[in-house]
Ligand binder design. Structure first.
Ligand code: PLP
Length: 457
């Protein structure tokens, strides 16, 4: 244990990097509910999933008893190119806020894809390659996942086909070009390339697309193309497993200085970065070894935890995917077009949903103008230009630090800074020009989507 002043950045040596991922579900007494086959209402078997996903990823998806999965050496070697990611002590932010709180953030934006998504992309590409597949298909919303997957596929020599939500495709041409630089093909979704895309376009010709719809297209493309499988950048258990590298590194860095966080905060879209960040801490909590306050932060315009219901729902708009039990707004829910900050998925990881349902973590929602205010404040004080998604966590970390200022408590706050905002300048521009508004769905709107949830007992 070191006793000198805690440095601005706590790095780990290469030799201290995690050699295994941690599977949080192994320590849960009540497990997350299984994926169900919509055709017969029974839990999906590995065999049924095999047409959609890679075999080893299915094994990881369905395994809720094995606590540790060794990280293959090829993946660890790739991780070494951009990991360990720094754990930063936000001295400047603390001083500016005048808070006695001690604030740390784990920064995942130090790679070309600009976010934590590369941690799972490289793992998924590795298992696809190992299985001898030709390529993978996926969807991307804001573009970070597509970018990460393109990088991972080009590293292992796999074909990569990305369905990009149409409004992002148009708003973020540079994201698209980064993907093409890494050899991916990028199609705006909904498209005429798939049956489900055609159907959605017929019904809603002017739609700007949604994640749920792009997922349906990517899944259809995978199951109808020889040698292809579908991969997903969030929500699934396997993704949370890979992202546990974030939390394991964070914990190892904090342990070096014997720092014990009081509050851990992360933004929540599908739940992968948050699930990864909290994994080892939640593990201790589940085993009764320690206690932490854990806060998920979501947009007020897409509030699956705070205003959704805990129920079985489709993972996609086209209803081709298995049913997952999760906090959901309904698979037809599409956040308002003025919502800029990512985190627009209608549901939430089933693992996090179960933990939240058991009261082991909290959730809160924030308005996007408050999020961008925090983003800009943070950029000016700490230097890093944050992704809008990450800025949800910044907002709540600042609010918690300000509470400490009132009460004089010296709490230790850790939050996940999941990525950079370089490709989000259209959203920043709106904010700067005062054109950003907050749209919060009404109870009536949410009820209408909820009424369409599948009936599963
Ligand atoms: C995708 C993304 C998120 C949200 O996804 P989760 O699966 O909830 O982690 C958050 N931040 C950034 C920068 C992202 O790219």
């Amino acid at each position: 244990m070191k006793t000198e002043k805690i440095p601005y950045k706590i790095y780990l040596e290469e030799t201290e990097m995690p050699k295994s991922w941690y599977n949080l579900r192994a320590d849960m007494q009540k497990k997350p509910a299984p994926l169900l086959n919509p055709a017969n209402g029974k839990p999906m078997t590995a065999q049924e999933l095999a047409g959609v996903f890679c075999d080893e990823l299915i094994a990881q998806e369905l395994d809720d008893t094995t606590p540790y999965f060794e990280i293959p050496e090829e993946i660890r070697d790739f991780y070494k190119m951009y990991r360990p990611s720094p754990l930063v002590r936000a001295y400047c932010l603390e001083e500016k806020l005048g808070t006695p709180a001690k604030i740390y953030y784990k920064f995942e934006g130090n790679n070309t894809s600009g976010s934590h998504k590369l941690n799972s992309a490289i793992a998924q590409a590795y298992y696809a390659k190992k299985q001898g597949l030709k390529g993978v298909t996926t969807e991307t919303g804001a573009g970070q996942w597509g970018t990460a997957l393109s990088m991972a596929c080009s590293y292992f020599g796999l074909d990569c086909k990305v369905y990009m939500v149409k409004c992002s495709y148009e708003q973020k041409p540079f994201r698209r070009e980064v993907m093409r630089t890494y050899g991916a093909s990028v199609t705006p979704s909904p498209s005429m390339e798939t049956e489900v895309g055609k159907k959605i376009l017929l019904e809603h010709p002017d739609t700007t697309g949604s994640l749920g719809c792009a997922i349906s297209e990517a899944v259809e493309k995978a199951v109808t193309s020889e040698g292809y499988r579908y991969v997903l950048g969030s929500v699934l258990n396997q993704v949370l497993l890979h992202q546990s590298v974030i939390g394991l590194e964070t914990k190892a860095a904090l342990d070096k200085y014997n720092i014990k966080p009081d509050i851990i905060i992360g933004c929540a879209g599908g739940g992968s970065n948050l699930g990864g960040l909290i994994a080892p801490f939640m593990g201790e909590k589940l085993r009764g070894e320690a206690d932490y306050r854990i806060i998920a932060v979501e947009p007020a315009s897409c509030p699956s935890f705070t205003r959704g219901v805990y129920a079985y729902d489709f993972c996609d708009t086209g209803m081709v995917c298995p049913l997952a039990k999760m906090y959901t707004l309904g698979s037809g829910f599409i956040p308002s077009a003025n919502h800029a900050g990512g985190l627009r998925y209608h549901g939430m990881s089933s693992t996090l949903s179960e933990l939240y349902h058991q009261g082991l973590m909290e959730a809160t929602s924030v308005k996007q103008t408050d999020v961008f205010e925090a983003a800009e404040y943070f950029a000016r004080v700490e230097g890093i230009l944050p992704a809008p998604e990450s800025s949800h966590a910044i907002r709540v970390a600042i609010d918690e630090a300000l509470k400490c200022k009132e009460t004089g408590e010296e709490k230790t706050i850790v939050f996940g800074l999941t990525g950079t905002g370089y490709f989000d300048m259209v959203a920043y521009e709106k904010f700067h020009e005062g054109k950003m508004s907050d749209y919060i769905p009404t109870d009536e709107e949410l009820a209408a989507y909820r009424a369409k949830l599948p009936k599963v007992e």
